[in-house]
Design a binder for this molecule. Sequence first.
Ligand code: EPU
Length: 422
Amino acid sequence: MDILKIKGPTKLFGSVKINGSKNASLPIMASALLTEGKSTIKQVPFLSDIAVCSELLRHLGCKVERDGDGNISIDATTIDNTVGEYEIVCRMRASICILGPLLARCGQAKVSMPGGCAIGDRPVDIHLRGLKALGAKIHLRNGYIIAKAENGLRGNEIFLGGPFGSTVLGTANVLMAATMAKGKTVIESAACEPEITDLAGFLTKMGAKITGIGSPRLTIEGVKQLKPVEYKVIPDRIEAGTFMVAASITKGQLKLENCELEHMMAVVDKLRSIGVIVEAAKNGCEVYRKGQIKTAELTTQSYPGFPTDLQAQFMALLALGKGNSVIIEKIFPDRFMHVAELNRMAANLRKEGPAVIISGVKKLVAAPVMASDLRASAALVLAAMAAEGTTTISRVYHIDRGYEKIEERLNPVGAKITRENI
Ligand code: EPU
């Protein structure tokens, strides 16, 4: 098992290139299942989740190859298996994304129920509701979702809203399935996240007929066949936001290249409100701070609201704010595993239901801490770079799921991070 040792406090200065988006790549890779032939997806990050997704597609019969430049080619000419096994799905929840395309292409799919994780229960009832509305017969047995559409899928009007708003991967699943359903599908309360817009861009290039892209109402005219294509995924807005916090928390200055500020308005607005300067630059931005971090009230929401995937990182930053801040988590109300760990580093955080009250402290102090999920571990890395002393973070496989070689990205700009295998 790897651990990270992070010596602080450090200041980060220099330039970082943002990688392609993990959460855009995963459903786009799954949608390659919709057609025979070889699709090439560019700017795919080198992450363990991408490796798991490649393994899953290979199990289904696809030929998946990747080169050293971030291109992944997926040849889905032959699909000789329609089962997403528990052993793979339990390693990556986004495996559920194969359900929609397998149903559309093969008329059947059997996929392990993903189950909960460190950030909450994470049900998939809305995915199933949407696919049922398209005519799929679905039942659950022995922990598996068994879906059949022997006579093909049929377009329908589908409301996809749930108790916490829209669902990102649920929208992806229903959208992918609807591209080849007979007739017209309207998805109301579709997720508007840039990753869904990117998926719709990929599907459109394949020949799908989708209107309303980027809005909560997607209209899809089913087509008989799609074709394989080449496509470049968007830059990772969550990675970019994490590096923005890295510049802010260390009181350094980072230039972020390949950063799409258009996708980050809520994040940039929040940073500016607490005294961080974010200046647009060619193909990216400069981020730095002059004074002390101010306080904030922050509520996570579906896009274009503030993303839940940056909640933990902002909590680390606001822990050093001048006064009291509040963070309310409206997407995953239990996504607070980082609270106790940040408190071990001398933060002053108090959880009250789906909210955390943050009493700003003057400094953070190193401690041994444990990563619990991907974004929580990013928050610990950020806090550790600002804290006094050497922090040890265990279970760093969580961070490798979403950040490509984090120490190799941060050390060239001034961080002091070593990885040890224990
Ligand atoms: N929900 C339901 N029923 C469903 C589906 C979702 O009640 O059938 C609820 C969830 O429990 C949650 C809310 O709806 O309360 C939103 O969940 P959503 O379905 O949008 O999450 P997801 O699609 O499973 C993706 C990202 C997450 C990100 C969320 C929210 C990928 C691979 N994952 O998950 O990313 O937090 O959207 O934006 O795209 C991460 O990258 O660290 C990560 C967890």
